[in-house]
Design a protein. Sequence first.
Lengths: 541, 102
Amino acid sequence: MKYLIILLALLYSNDVLAASDRLNPASVTTFLLFVLFTLGISYWASKRTTSSTAFYTAGGQITAAQNGTAIAGDFMSAASFLGITGLIYSAGFDGLILAVGALAGWPLMLFVISERVRNLGRFTFTDVVSYRLQQRPIKGIATLGSITVIIFYLVAQLVGAGKLIELLFGLSYELAVLIISLLVMVYVTVGGMLATTWVQIVKAILLILGATLMCILLMAALEFDFNRLFGDAALVHPKGALVLQPGSLFTDPIQAITIAITMMCGLLGLPHILMRIFTVPDMATARKSVFYASGIMGYFYVMTILIGFASIIFVSTNPDFFVDGELVGGTNMVAIHLSKVLGGDILMGFMSAVAFATILAVVAGLIVAGSAAVSHDIYAELICKGSPDPKKELKLTRIAAVAFCFIGMGISILFQKQNVAFIAVMPLVIAASVNFPILILAMFWRNFTTKGAVAGGIVGFISSVTLIVLGPKVWISIVGAESAIFPYDYPALFTMTAAFITMYLVSMLDHSDGAKEDRTKFDKQLIASELATDVSGSVGH
Amino acid sequence: MSYSTQEILQSPSFLALLKARRNVRITMTLLSLSSYAFFVGGIVLYKDWFASPIVDGSSIPVGIPATILVIIFMVTLQYIYTKISDDYLDVLQAKVKKELSL
Protein backbone atom coordinates (compact mmCIF):
# COMPACT_ATOMS: atom_id res chain seq x y z
CA MET A 1 0.00 0.00 0.00
CA LYS A 2 2.80 2.42 0.87
CA TYR A 3 4.17 2.10 -2.67
CA LEU A 4 0.77 3.01 -4.11
CA ILE A 5 0.62 6.09 -1.88
CA ILE A 6 4.06 7.15 -3.08
CA LEU A 7 2.94 6.49 -6.64
CA LEU A 8 -0.18 8.61 -6.22
CA ALA A 9 1.93 11.39 -4.72
CA LEU A 10 4.19 11.23 -7.75
CA LEU A 11 1.24 11.26 -10.12
CA TYR A 12 0.10 14.54 -8.63
CA SER A 13 3.51 16.13 -8.45
CA ASN A 14 4.19 19.35 -10.37
CA ASP A 15 6.07 17.54 -13.06
CA VAL A 16 3.12 15.29 -13.76
CA LEU A 17 0.55 18.06 -13.63
CA ALA A 18 2.64 20.11 -16.03
CA ALA A 19 2.76 17.16 -18.35
CA SER A 20 -0.98 16.55 -18.22
CA ASP A 21 -1.57 19.02 -21.05
CA ARG A 22 0.30 16.74 -23.39
CA LEU A 23 -1.57 13.58 -22.43
CA ASN A 24 -3.39 11.57 -25.04
CA PRO A 25 -6.65 10.47 -23.30
CA ALA A 26 -7.41 7.38 -25.40
CA SER A 27 -3.86 6.03 -25.20
CA VAL A 28 -3.51 6.79 -21.51
CA THR A 29 -6.89 5.22 -20.61
CA THR A 30 -6.11 2.02 -22.50
CA PHE A 31 -2.69 1.99 -20.91
CA LEU A 32 -3.92 2.50 -17.34
CA LEU A 33 -6.67 -0.13 -17.71
CA PHE A 34 -4.11 -2.68 -18.79
CA VAL A 35 -1.71 -1.83 -15.97
CA LEU A 36 -4.56 -2.14 -13.44
CA PHE A 37 -5.47 -5.48 -14.97
CA THR A 38 -1.94 -6.82 -14.49
CA LEU A 39 -1.87 -5.48 -10.93
CA GLY A 40 -5.10 -7.41 -10.39
CA ILE A 41 -3.34 -10.56 -11.55
CA SER A 42 -0.56 -9.84 -9.09
CA TYR A 43 -3.11 -9.47 -6.27
CA TRP A 44 -4.87 -12.69 -7.31
CA ALA A 45 -1.55 -14.54 -7.33
CA SER A 46 -0.62 -13.16 -3.92
CA LYS A 47 -3.60 -15.01 -2.44
CA ARG A 48 -2.14 -18.23 -3.76
CA THR A 49 1.48 -17.52 -2.78
CA THR A 50 1.74 -18.95 0.70
CA SER A 51 5.28 -20.31 0.83
CA SER A 52 8.80 -19.52 -0.35
CA THR A 53 8.50 -22.40 -2.85
CA ALA A 54 5.47 -20.74 -4.39
CA PHE A 55 7.22 -17.36 -4.31
CA TYR A 56 10.35 -18.46 -6.15
CA THR A 57 9.18 -21.27 -8.46
CA ALA A 58 5.38 -21.08 -8.38
CA GLY A 59 5.34 -24.38 -6.51
CA GLY A 60 6.57 -26.34 -9.55
CA GLN A 61 2.97 -26.62 -10.76
CA ILE A 62 2.94 -24.59 -13.97
CA THR A 63 1.96 -26.54 -17.14
CA ALA A 64 4.18 -26.77 -20.23
CA ALA A 65 2.04 -24.43 -22.33
CA GLN A 66 1.78 -21.91 -19.49
CA ASN A 67 5.48 -22.07 -18.72
CA GLY A 68 6.43 -21.94 -22.41
CA THR A 69 4.31 -18.82 -22.87
CA ALA A 70 5.81 -17.30 -19.72
CA ILE A 71 9.36 -18.08 -20.89
CA ALA A 72 8.54 -16.49 -24.24
CA GLY A 73 7.11 -13.55 -22.31
CA ASP A 74 10.34 -13.25 -20.33
CA PHE A 75 12.42 -13.19 -23.48
CA MET A 76 10.10 -11.09 -25.67
CA SER A 77 11.08 -8.16 -23.50
CA ALA A 78 11.44 -4.46 -24.16
CA ALA A 79 14.73 -5.27 -25.83
CA SER A 80 13.06 -7.58 -28.32
CA PHE A 81 9.94 -5.65 -29.21
CA LEU A 82 11.15 -2.07 -28.89
CA GLY A 83 14.89 -2.59 -29.41
CA ILE A 84 14.98 -4.92 -32.41
CA THR A 85 12.34 -2.98 -34.32
CA GLY A 86 14.28 0.20 -33.50
CA LEU A 87 17.50 -1.36 -34.72
CA ILE A 88 15.94 -2.54 -38.00
CA TYR A 89 14.51 0.99 -38.39
CA SER A 90 17.94 2.58 -38.07
CA ALA A 91 20.24 -0.11 -39.51
CA GLY A 92 18.03 -2.35 -41.64
CA PHE A 93 19.05 -5.95 -42.30
CA ASP A 94 21.84 -6.06 -39.68
CA GLY A 95 19.23 -5.62 -36.97
CA LEU A 96 18.06 -9.13 -37.80
CA ILE A 97 21.13 -10.59 -36.13
CA LEU A 98 19.58 -9.77 -32.76
CA ALA A 99 16.31 -11.49 -33.75
CA VAL A 100 17.96 -14.69 -34.96
CA GLY A 101 20.61 -14.53 -32.23
CA ALA A 102 17.91 -14.30 -29.57
CA LEU A 103 16.45 -17.52 -30.89
CA ALA A 104 19.70 -19.38 -31.60
CA GLY A 105 20.39 -20.27 -27.99
CA TRP A 106 17.03 -22.00 -27.48
CA PRO A 107 17.73 -25.19 -29.43
CA LEU A 108 20.91 -25.59 -27.40
CA MET A 109 19.00 -24.86 -24.23
CA LEU A 110 16.64 -27.71 -25.13
CA PHE A 111 19.18 -30.23 -26.45
CA VAL A 112 21.98 -29.66 -23.97
CA ILE A 113 20.90 -27.85 -20.83
CA SER A 114 17.22 -28.05 -19.90
CA GLU A 115 16.82 -31.77 -19.17
CA ARG A 116 20.02 -32.16 -17.22
CA VAL A 117 19.39 -29.04 -15.18
CA ARG A 118 15.77 -30.01 -14.46
CA ASN A 119 16.72 -33.55 -13.53
CA LEU A 120 19.16 -32.39 -10.88
CA GLY A 121 16.22 -31.06 -8.92
CA ARG A 122 17.82 -27.84 -7.76
CA PHE A 123 16.59 -24.38 -6.99
CA THR A 124 18.68 -21.74 -8.79
CA PHE A 125 21.52 -21.67 -11.33
CA THR A 126 23.93 -21.45 -8.40
CA ASP A 127 22.43 -24.56 -6.79
CA VAL A 128 22.86 -26.49 -10.02
CA VAL A 129 26.56 -25.73 -10.44
CA SER A 130 27.27 -26.44 -6.79
CA TYR A 131 25.78 -29.95 -7.07
CA ARG A 132 29.22 -31.46 -7.66
CA LEU A 133 31.56 -28.51 -7.01
CA GLN A 134 32.46 -27.19 -3.55
CA GLN A 135 29.58 -25.05 -2.44
CA ARG A 136 31.13 -21.97 -0.83
CA PRO A 137 33.62 -20.90 -3.53
CA ILE A 138 31.42 -21.83 -6.47
CA LYS A 139 28.38 -20.15 -4.99
CA GLY A 140 30.42 -16.98 -4.53
CA ILE A 141 31.43 -16.68 -8.18
CA ALA A 142 28.12 -17.97 -9.58
CA THR A 143 26.16 -15.48 -7.49
CA LEU A 144 28.46 -12.64 -8.56
CA GLY A 145 27.83 -13.56 -12.21
CA SER A 146 24.07 -13.90 -11.69
CA ILE A 147 23.67 -10.60 -9.87
CA THR A 148 25.70 -8.65 -12.44
CA VAL A 149 23.71 -10.19 -15.28
CA ILE A 150 20.46 -9.33 -13.54
CA ILE A 151 21.49 -5.69 -12.94
CA PHE A 152 22.51 -5.12 -16.58
CA TYR A 153 19.36 -6.80 -17.84
CA LEU A 154 17.34 -4.67 -15.47
CA VAL A 155 18.91 -1.52 -16.92
CA ALA A 156 17.82 -2.46 -20.47
CA GLN A 157 14.23 -2.94 -19.34
CA LEU A 158 14.17 0.27 -17.29
CA VAL A 159 15.51 2.32 -20.20
CA GLY A 160 12.74 0.92 -22.43
CA ALA A 161 10.08 1.58 -19.80
CA GLY A 162 11.41 5.05 -19.01
CA LYS A 163 11.28 6.04 -22.67
CA LEU A 164 7.79 4.61 -23.02
CA ILE A 165 6.38 6.53 -20.05
CA GLU A 166 8.25 9.66 -21.11
CA LEU A 167 6.61 9.42 -24.53
CA LEU A 168 3.14 8.49 -23.34
CA PHE A 169 2.78 10.77 -20.32
CA GLY A 170 5.23 13.52 -21.19
CA LEU A 171 7.10 13.01 -17.90
CA SER A 172 10.80 13.44 -17.41
CA TYR A 173 12.79 10.27 -18.02
CA GLU A 174 14.10 10.18 -14.44
CA LEU A 175 10.62 10.44 -12.90
CA ALA A 176 9.33 7.81 -15.31
CA VAL A 177 12.03 5.38 -14.20
CA LEU A 178 11.25 6.10 -10.53
CA ILE A 179 7.53 5.37 -11.01
CA ILE A 180 8.30 2.13 -12.81
CA SER A 181 10.64 1.01 -10.05
CA LEU A 182 7.92 1.59 -7.46
CA LEU A 183 5.39 -0.40 -9.50
CA VAL A 184 7.89 -3.23 -9.81
CA MET A 185 8.34 -3.29 -6.04
CA VAL A 186 4.57 -3.79 -5.72
CA TYR A 187 4.63 -6.66 -8.23
CA VAL A 188 7.55 -8.42 -6.62
CA THR A 189 6.71 -8.04 -2.96
CA VAL A 190 3.05 -8.93 -3.48
CA GLY A 191 2.92 -11.81 -5.90
CA GLY A 192 6.34 -13.45 -6.39
CA MET A 193 6.94 -15.94 -9.20
CA LEU A 194 3.30 -16.97 -9.60
CA ALA A 195 2.28 -13.37 -10.28
CA THR A 196 5.15 -12.74 -12.69
CA THR A 197 4.38 -16.01 -14.47
CA TRP A 198 0.72 -15.12 -15.00
CA VAL A 199 1.51 -11.55 -16.00
CA GLN A 200 4.02 -12.97 -18.48
CA ILE A 201 1.45 -15.38 -19.91
CA VAL A 202 -1.24 -12.72 -20.34
CA LYS A 203 1.16 -10.19 -21.72
CA ALA A 204 2.86 -12.67 -24.10
CA ILE A 205 -0.52 -13.58 -25.59
CA LEU A 206 -1.51 -9.92 -25.91
CA LEU A 207 1.89 -8.99 -27.35
CA ILE A 208 1.55 -11.71 -29.99
CA LEU A 209 -2.01 -10.63 -30.77
CA GLY A 210 -1.05 -6.95 -30.91
CA ALA A 211 1.99 -7.57 -33.10
CA THR A 212 -0.09 -9.83 -35.38
CA LEU A 213 -2.71 -7.11 -35.70
CA MET A 214 0.00 -4.58 -36.51
CA CYS A 215 1.41 -6.91 -39.20
CA ILE A 216 -2.02 -7.43 -40.75
CA LEU A 217 -2.72 -3.69 -40.75
CA LEU A 218 0.68 -2.76 -42.16
CA MET A 219 0.49 -5.38 -44.89
CA ALA A 220 -3.07 -4.23 -45.70
CA ALA A 221 -1.74 -0.69 -46.05
CA LEU A 222 0.83 -2.08 -48.49
CA GLU A 223 -1.81 -4.18 -50.31
CA PHE A 224 -0.13 -7.35 -48.99
CA ASP A 225 2.77 -6.73 -51.34
CA PHE A 226 6.05 -7.82 -49.71
CA ASN A 227 7.99 -6.33 -52.61
CA ARG A 228 6.52 -2.97 -51.70
CA LEU A 229 7.45 -3.39 -48.04
CA PHE A 230 11.13 -3.84 -48.77
CA GLY A 231 11.23 -1.69 -51.91
CA ASP A 232 9.62 1.33 -50.23
CA ALA A 233 11.81 0.90 -47.13
CA ALA A 234 14.92 1.10 -49.33
CA LEU A 235 13.44 4.06 -51.16
CA VAL A 236 12.84 6.25 -48.10
CA HIS A 237 15.70 5.19 -45.81
CA PRO A 238 18.78 7.48 -45.80
CA LYS A 239 20.97 4.44 -46.43
CA GLY A 240 18.94 3.50 -49.52
CA ALA A 241 19.30 -0.07 -50.79
CA LEU A 242 22.01 -0.71 -48.16
CA VAL A 243 19.22 -1.09 -45.63
CA LEU A 244 18.30 -4.42 -47.25
CA GLN A 245 21.87 -5.68 -47.20
CA PRO A 246 24.16 -7.00 -44.49
CA GLY A 247 27.00 -4.69 -43.50
CA SER A 248 25.40 -1.36 -42.63
CA LEU A 249 25.94 -1.91 -38.90
CA PHE A 250 28.58 -4.61 -38.68
CA THR A 251 31.35 -3.53 -41.00
CA ASP A 252 33.87 -5.68 -39.16
CA PRO A 253 33.16 -9.45 -39.42
CA ILE A 254 34.57 -9.99 -35.90
CA GLN A 255 31.91 -7.65 -34.52
CA ALA A 256 29.15 -9.73 -36.14
CA ILE A 257 30.67 -13.02 -34.98
CA THR A 258 31.20 -11.87 -31.41
CA ILE A 259 27.64 -10.56 -31.12
CA ALA A 260 26.29 -13.81 -32.61
CA ILE A 261 28.22 -15.88 -30.04
CA THR A 262 27.18 -13.54 -27.24
CA MET A 263 23.50 -13.92 -28.10
CA MET A 264 23.61 -17.69 -28.37
CA CYS A 265 25.80 -18.59 -25.39
CA GLY A 266 24.58 -15.77 -23.17
CA LEU A 267 21.06 -17.14 -23.17
CA LEU A 268 22.34 -20.42 -21.74
CA GLY A 269 23.68 -18.59 -18.71
CA LEU A 270 20.75 -16.31 -17.91
CA PRO A 271 19.73 -17.13 -14.33
CA HIS A 272 16.15 -15.86 -14.60
CA ILE A 273 15.50 -17.98 -17.69
CA LEU A 274 17.09 -21.07 -16.13
CA MET A 275 14.92 -20.49 -13.06
CA ARG A 276 11.79 -20.93 -15.19
CA ILE A 277 12.81 -24.52 -15.92
CA PHE A 278 12.20 -25.24 -12.22
CA THR A 279 8.59 -24.03 -12.29
CA VAL A 280 7.29 -27.21 -13.97
CA PRO A 281 6.71 -30.61 -12.38
CA ASP A 282 8.88 -32.86 -14.56
CA MET A 283 11.45 -33.20 -17.33
CA ALA A 284 9.00 -33.79 -20.19
CA THR A 285 7.12 -30.65 -19.20
CA ALA A 286 10.36 -28.66 -19.02
CA ARG A 287 11.27 -29.86 -22.51
CA LYS A 288 7.88 -29.01 -23.95
CA SER A 289 8.03 -25.60 -22.24
CA VAL A 290 11.23 -24.76 -24.08
CA PHE A 291 9.76 -25.93 -27.39
CA TYR A 292 6.57 -23.89 -26.92
CA ALA A 293 8.64 -20.89 -25.90
CA SER A 294 10.85 -20.97 -28.96
CA GLY A 295 7.86 -21.59 -31.25
CA ILE A 296 6.16 -18.48 -29.92
CA MET A 297 9.37 -16.48 -30.08
CA GLY A 298 10.15 -17.65 -33.62
CA TYR A 299 6.76 -16.36 -34.77
CA PHE A 300 7.26 -13.12 -32.85
CA TYR A 301 10.72 -12.43 -34.30
CA VAL A 302 9.42 -12.93 -37.85
CA MET A 303 6.83 -10.26 -37.05
CA THR A 304 9.49 -7.88 -35.70
CA ILE A 305 11.13 -8.05 -39.13
CA LEU A 306 7.92 -6.84 -40.79
CA ILE A 307 7.31 -4.21 -38.10
CA GLY A 308 10.91 -2.96 -38.30
CA PHE A 309 10.90 -2.48 -42.06
CA ALA A 310 7.35 -1.06 -42.08
CA SER A 311 8.37 1.52 -39.49
CA ILE A 312 10.96 2.82 -41.94
CA ILE A 313 8.16 3.49 -44.41
CA PHE A 314 5.47 4.82 -42.08
CA VAL A 315 7.38 6.46 -39.23
CA SER A 316 10.45 7.99 -40.86
CA THR A 317 8.28 9.80 -43.42
CA ASN A 318 5.76 11.16 -40.91
CA PRO A 319 6.70 14.65 -39.63
CA ASP A 320 4.36 14.25 -36.61
CA PHE A 321 6.92 11.99 -34.99
CA PHE A 322 9.84 14.39 -35.28
CA VAL A 323 10.81 17.44 -33.25
CA ASP A 324 13.80 19.45 -34.48
CA GLY A 325 14.72 16.60 -36.79
CA GLU A 326 14.89 14.12 -33.89
CA LEU A 327 12.53 11.13 -33.62
CA VAL A 328 10.33 11.59 -30.54
CA GLY A 329 11.43 9.08 -27.89
CA GLY A 330 14.37 7.91 -30.01
CA THR A 331 14.53 4.78 -32.15
CA ASN A 332 13.37 2.61 -29.24
CA MET A 333 9.86 4.01 -29.79
CA VAL A 334 9.39 3.31 -33.52
CA ALA A 335 7.10 0.31 -32.90
CA ILE A 336 4.88 2.47 -30.69
CA HIS A 337 4.79 5.25 -33.32
CA LEU A 338 3.95 2.67 -35.97
CA SER A 339 1.06 1.36 -33.88
CA LYS A 340 -0.35 4.90 -33.83
CA VAL A 341 -0.08 5.18 -37.60
CA LEU A 342 -1.79 1.82 -38.10
CA GLY A 343 -4.47 1.81 -35.41
CA GLY A 344 -4.70 5.29 -33.96
CA ASP A 345 -4.58 6.19 -30.28
CA ILE A 346 -6.32 3.00 -29.12
CA LEU A 347 -3.76 0.67 -30.71
CA MET A 348 -0.95 2.92 -29.54
CA GLY A 349 -2.30 2.80 -25.97
CA PHE A 350 -2.73 -0.95 -26.19
CA MET A 351 0.77 -1.62 -27.57
CA SER A 352 2.30 0.80 -25.06
CA ALA A 353 0.49 -0.98 -22.24
CA VAL A 354 1.58 -4.39 -23.51
CA ALA A 355 5.18 -3.18 -23.86
CA PHE A 356 5.02 -1.66 -20.40
CA ALA A 357 3.53 -4.81 -18.85
CA THR A 358 6.28 -6.75 -20.63
CA ILE A 359 8.87 -4.61 -18.95
CA LEU A 360 7.20 -4.76 -15.54
CA ALA A 361 6.92 -8.53 -15.67
CA VAL A 362 10.47 -9.03 -16.95
CA VAL A 363 11.87 -6.66 -14.35
CA ALA A 364 9.80 -8.36 -11.65
CA GLY A 365 11.10 -11.78 -12.77
CA LEU A 366 14.65 -10.43 -12.73
CA ILE A 367 14.24 -9.03 -9.25
CA VAL A 368 12.78 -12.30 -7.97
CA ALA A 369 15.84 -14.08 -9.37
CA GLY A 370 18.21 -11.40 -8.00
CA SER A 371 16.59 -11.44 -4.57
CA ALA A 372 16.82 -15.23 -4.53
CA ALA A 373 20.53 -14.95 -5.34
CA VAL A 374 21.10 -12.58 -2.42
CA SER A 375 18.82 -14.09 0.25
CA HIS A 376 19.01 -17.76 -0.73
CA ASP A 377 22.46 -18.17 -2.27
CA ILE A 378 24.47 -15.66 -0.26
CA TYR A 379 22.62 -15.33 3.06
CA ALA A 380 20.94 -18.70 3.56
CA GLU A 381 23.51 -20.96 1.91
CA LEU A 382 26.83 -19.14 2.20
CA ILE A 383 26.52 -17.13 5.42
CA CYS A 384 24.07 -19.30 7.41
CA LYS A 385 25.31 -22.57 5.86
CA GLY A 386 21.80 -23.73 4.99
CA SER A 387 20.14 -22.84 8.31
CA PRO A 388 18.91 -19.25 7.94
CA ASP A 389 16.52 -17.34 10.15
CA PRO A 390 13.37 -17.30 7.94
CA LYS A 391 12.35 -13.81 9.10
CA LYS A 392 15.77 -12.36 8.35
CA GLU A 393 15.83 -14.16 4.99
CA LEU A 394 12.47 -12.68 4.01
CA LYS A 395 13.54 -9.22 5.17
CA LEU A 396 16.74 -9.51 3.17
CA THR A 397 14.75 -10.56 0.10
CA ARG A 398 12.75 -7.34 0.31
CA ILE A 399 15.79 -5.17 0.97
CA ALA A 400 17.55 -6.81 -1.99
CA ALA A 401 14.53 -6.16 -4.24
CA VAL A 402 14.54 -2.47 -3.32
CA ALA A 403 18.33 -2.26 -3.73
CA PHE A 404 18.12 -3.84 -7.20
CA CYS A 405 15.47 -1.30 -8.21
CA PHE A 406 17.60 1.65 -7.11
CA ILE A 407 20.83 0.33 -8.65
CA GLY A 408 18.94 -0.32 -11.90
CA MET A 409 17.46 3.18 -11.81
CA GLY A 410 20.86 4.83 -11.35
CA ILE A 411 22.52 2.99 -14.21
CA SER A 412 19.51 3.33 -16.52
CA ILE A 413 19.79 7.11 -16.29
CA LEU A 414 23.35 6.86 -17.65
CA PHE A 415 22.23 4.59 -20.50
CA GLN A 416 19.05 6.45 -21.44
CA LYS A 417 20.12 7.33 -24.98
CA GLN A 418 21.21 3.80 -25.94
CA ASN A 419 19.22 1.28 -27.98
CA VAL A 420 17.65 -1.13 -25.47
CA ALA A 421 18.39 -4.18 -27.59
CA PHE A 422 22.08 -3.26 -27.46
CA ILE A 423 21.99 -2.71 -23.70
CA ALA A 424 20.28 -6.08 -23.25
CA VAL A 425 23.20 -7.78 -25.01
CA MET A 426 25.63 -6.59 -22.31
CA PRO A 427 24.37 -8.97 -19.61
CA LEU A 428 24.55 -11.71 -22.21
CA VAL A 429 28.29 -11.03 -22.49
CA ILE A 430 28.71 -11.65 -18.76
CA ALA A 431 26.36 -14.63 -18.79
CA ALA A 432 28.30 -16.10 -21.72
CA SER A 433 31.67 -15.47 -20.05
CA VAL A 434 30.91 -16.51 -16.46
CA ASN A 435 27.73 -18.57 -16.04
CA PHE A 436 27.68 -20.48 -19.32
CA PRO A 437 31.22 -21.95 -19.15
CA ILE A 438 30.75 -22.96 -15.51
CA LEU A 439 27.36 -24.54 -16.21
CA ILE A 440 28.33 -26.45 -19.35
CA LEU A 441 31.61 -27.77 -17.94
CA ALA A 442 30.04 -28.69 -14.60
CA MET A 443 27.42 -30.70 -16.45
CA PHE A 444 29.56 -32.39 -19.09
CA TRP A 445 33.26 -32.46 -18.16
CA ARG A 446 34.38 -34.89 -15.49
CA ASN A 447 37.79 -33.26 -14.93
CA PHE A 448 36.28 -29.87 -14.15
CA THR A 449 37.17 -28.70 -10.64
CA THR A 450 36.07 -25.99 -8.25
CA LYS A 451 39.38 -24.15 -8.57
CA GLY A 452 39.05 -24.22 -12.36
CA ALA A 453 35.50 -22.89 -12.14
CA VAL A 454 36.41 -20.08 -9.76
CA ALA A 455 39.56 -19.04 -11.66
CA GLY A 456 37.80 -19.14 -15.04
CA GLY A 457 34.73 -17.40 -13.65
CA ILE A 458 36.87 -14.57 -12.27
CA VAL A 459 38.74 -14.24 -15.57
CA GLY A 460 35.45 -14.22 -17.48
CA PHE A 461 33.87 -11.70 -15.15
CA ILE A 462 36.77 -9.23 -14.93
CA SER A 463 37.59 -9.42 -18.64
CA SER A 464 33.98 -9.00 -19.75
CA VAL A 465 33.22 -6.06 -17.46
CA THR A 466 36.55 -4.38 -18.31
CA LEU A 467 36.18 -4.81 -22.06
CA ILE A 468 32.54 -3.65 -22.02
CA VAL A 469 33.64 -0.46 -20.23
CA LEU A 470 36.57 0.06 -22.62
CA GLY A 471 34.37 -0.63 -25.68
CA PRO A 472 32.59 2.00 -27.81
CA LYS A 473 29.17 1.75 -26.13
CA VAL A 474 30.50 2.88 -22.75
CA TRP A 475 33.86 4.51 -23.45
CA ILE A 476 32.56 6.79 -26.21
CA SER A 477 28.81 7.07 -25.53
CA ILE A 478 28.86 7.25 -21.73
CA VAL A 479 32.38 8.39 -20.75
CA GLY A 480 32.57 10.75 -23.73
CA ALA A 481 36.00 9.78 -25.08
CA GLU A 482 36.76 10.31 -28.77
CA SER A 483 37.69 6.72 -29.48
CA ALA A 484 37.32 3.41 -27.70
CA ILE A 485 40.26 1.54 -26.19
CA PHE A 486 38.73 -1.83 -27.15
CA PRO A 487 37.10 -1.88 -30.61
CA TYR A 488 34.15 -4.23 -29.99
CA ASP A 489 30.98 -3.56 -28.02
CA TYR A 490 30.37 -7.16 -27.06
CA PRO A 491 33.59 -9.01 -26.29
CA ALA A 492 32.16 -12.47 -25.48
CA LEU A 493 34.17 -14.10 -28.28
CA PHE A 494 37.34 -13.17 -26.38
CA THR A 495 36.18 -13.24 -22.78
CA MET A 496 34.33 -16.55 -23.05
CA THR A 497 37.35 -18.12 -24.74
CA ALA A 498 39.60 -16.77 -21.97
CA ALA A 499 37.25 -18.21 -19.33
CA PHE A 500 37.14 -21.65 -20.99
CA ILE A 501 40.93 -21.79 -21.40
CA THR A 502 41.49 -20.77 -17.77
CA MET A 503 38.96 -23.34 -16.54
CA TYR A 504 40.60 -26.04 -18.62
CA LEU A 505 44.18 -25.26 -17.56
CA VAL A 506 43.47 -24.75 -13.86
CA SER A 507 41.29 -27.89 -13.70
CA MET A 508 43.94 -30.00 -15.43
CA LEU A 509 46.66 -28.70 -13.12
CA ASP A 510 44.53 -29.21 -10.02
CA HIS A 511 45.49 -32.44 -8.26
CA SER A 512 44.23 -31.51 -4.80
CA ASP A 513 41.95 -33.66 -2.66
CA GLY A 514 39.12 -31.24 -3.44
CA ALA A 515 39.63 -31.85 -7.15
CA LYS A 516 39.40 -35.60 -6.61
CA GLU A 517 36.15 -35.11 -4.74
CA ASP A 518 34.77 -32.87 -7.52
CA ARG A 519 35.54 -35.56 -10.09
CA THR A 520 34.03 -38.31 -7.98
CA LYS A 521 30.84 -36.33 -7.49
CA PHE A 522 30.53 -35.96 -11.27
CA ASP A 523 29.52 -39.63 -11.47
CA LYS A 524 26.68 -39.16 -9.02
CA GLN A 525 25.61 -36.01 -10.85
CA LEU A 526 25.68 -37.83 -14.20
CA ILE A 527 23.31 -40.47 -12.90
CA ALA A 528 20.99 -37.90 -11.31
CA SER A 529 20.93 -35.72 -14.42
CA GLU A 530 20.27 -38.61 -16.81
CA LEU A 531 17.88 -40.65 -14.68
CA ALA A 532 16.18 -37.90 -12.66
CA THR A 533 16.91 -39.71 -9.42
CA ASP A 534 16.97 -36.47 -7.40
CA VAL A 535 14.06 -34.81 -9.14
CA SER A 536 11.65 -35.13 -6.23
CA GLY A 537 13.70 -32.53 -4.42
CA SER A 538 12.96 -29.85 -6.98
CA VAL A 539 9.23 -30.12 -6.81
CA GLY A 540 9.09 -29.64 -3.18
CA HIS A 541 12.21 -27.52 -2.85
CA MET B 1 18.14 -54.29 -4.64
CA SER B 2 20.14 -51.06 -4.74
CA TYR B 3 23.07 -50.52 -7.04
CA SER B 4 26.23 -48.53 -6.33
CA THR B 5 27.21 -45.50 -8.43
CA GLN B 6 29.88 -47.54 -10.23
CA GLU B 7 27.49 -50.39 -10.95
CA ILE B 8 24.98 -47.98 -12.49
CA LEU B 9 27.68 -46.29 -14.55
CA GLN B 10 28.81 -49.65 -15.92
CA SER B 11 25.33 -50.98 -16.53
CA PRO B 12 24.85 -51.75 -20.26
CA SER B 13 21.36 -50.26 -20.26
CA PHE B 14 22.59 -47.00 -18.67
CA LEU B 15 25.46 -46.82 -21.16
CA ALA B 16 22.99 -47.42 -23.99
CA LEU B 17 20.83 -44.56 -22.71
CA LEU B 18 23.85 -42.27 -22.48
CA LYS B 19 24.92 -43.18 -26.00
CA ALA B 20 21.44 -42.68 -27.44
CA ARG B 21 21.01 -39.31 -25.74
CA ARG B 22 24.51 -38.21 -26.77
CA ASN B 23 23.91 -39.13 -30.41
CA VAL B 24 20.61 -37.26 -30.54
CA ARG B 25 22.02 -34.24 -28.70
CA ILE B 26 25.14 -33.97 -30.86
CA THR B 27 23.24 -34.40 -34.14
CA MET B 28 20.60 -31.85 -33.21
CA THR B 29 23.15 -29.39 -31.83
CA LEU B 30 25.28 -29.60 -34.97
CA LEU B 31 22.26 -29.07 -37.20
CA SER B 32 21.20 -26.07 -35.16
CA LEU B 33 24.69 -24.57 -35.07
CA SER B 34 25.02 -25.11 -38.84
CA SER B 35 21.85 -23.17 -39.55
CA TYR B 36 23.02 -20.34 -37.28
CA ALA B 37 26.45 -20.35 -38.90
CA PHE B 38 24.73 -20.16 -42.30
CA PHE B 39 22.90 -17.02 -41.18
CA VAL B 40 25.97 -15.38 -39.59
CA GLY B 41 27.94 -16.33 -42.71
CA GLY B 42 25.43 -14.33 -44.74
CA ILE B 43 26.34 -11.25 -42.76
CA VAL B 44 30.07 -11.89 -42.67
CA LEU B 45 31.13 -13.96 -45.69
CA TYR B 46 28.61 -14.00 -48.54
CA LYS B 47 27.01 -10.59 -48.07
CA ASP B 48 26.50 -10.08 -51.78
CA TRP B 49 24.44 -13.23 -52.14
CA PHE B 50 22.30 -12.30 -49.13
CA ALA B 51 21.84 -8.83 -50.66
CA SER B 52 20.81 -10.09 -54.11
CA PRO B 53 17.07 -10.19 -54.97
CA ILE B 54 15.29 -13.55 -54.67
CA VAL B 55 14.21 -13.22 -58.31
CA ASP B 56 15.04 -10.62 -60.94
CA GLY B 57 13.03 -7.48 -60.42
CA SER B 58 12.12 -8.27 -56.81
CA SER B 59 12.94 -5.94 -53.91
CA ILE B 60 13.15 -8.82 -51.46
CA PRO B 61 16.77 -9.78 -50.80
CA VAL B 62 17.76 -13.44 -50.38
CA GLY B 63 18.74 -12.67 -46.77
CA ILE B 64 15.15 -12.09 -45.64
CA PRO B 65 13.65 -15.49 -46.61
CA ALA B 66 16.94 -17.12 -45.57
CA THR B 67 16.54 -15.58 -42.10
CA ILE B 68 12.94 -16.73 -41.83
CA LEU B 69 13.90 -20.24 -42.96
CA VAL B 70 16.64 -20.39 -40.31
CA ILE B 71 14.08 -19.42 -37.65
CA ILE B 72 11.61 -22.05 -38.88
CA PHE B 73 14.36 -24.68 -39.09
CA MET B 74 15.45 -24.06 -35.48
CA VAL B 75 11.90 -24.38 -34.17
CA THR B 76 11.32 -27.52 -36.27
CA LEU B 77 14.48 -29.11 -34.88
CA GLN B 78 13.16 -28.55 -31.39
CA TYR B 79 9.87 -30.19 -32.30
CA ILE B 80 11.73 -33.21 -33.66
CA TYR B 81 13.89 -33.42 -30.54
CA THR B 82 10.82 -33.23 -28.28
CA LYS B 83 9.18 -36.06 -30.25
CA ILE B 84 12.31 -38.23 -30.14
CA SER B 85 12.63 -37.65 -26.40
CA ASP B 86 8.97 -38.36 -25.69
CA ASP B 87 8.70 -41.44 -27.90
CA TYR B 88 12.15 -42.97 -27.55
CA LEU B 89 14.53 -41.51 -24.95
CA ASP B 90 12.02 -41.28 -22.11
CA VAL B 91 10.96 -44.88 -22.76
CA LEU B 92 14.60 -45.91 -22.66
CA GLN B 93 15.12 -43.98 -19.44
CA ALA B 94 12.09 -45.59 -17.79
CA LYS B 95 13.44 -48.99 -18.82
CA VAL B 96 16.83 -48.25 -17.26
CA LYS B 97 15.25 -47.01 -14.04
CA LYS B 98 13.08 -50.10 -13.82
CA GLU B 99 16.02 -52.38 -14.48
CA LEU B 100 18.12 -50.67 -11.84
CA SER B 101 15.20 -50.38 -9.41
CA LEU B 102 15.60 -46.59 -9.16
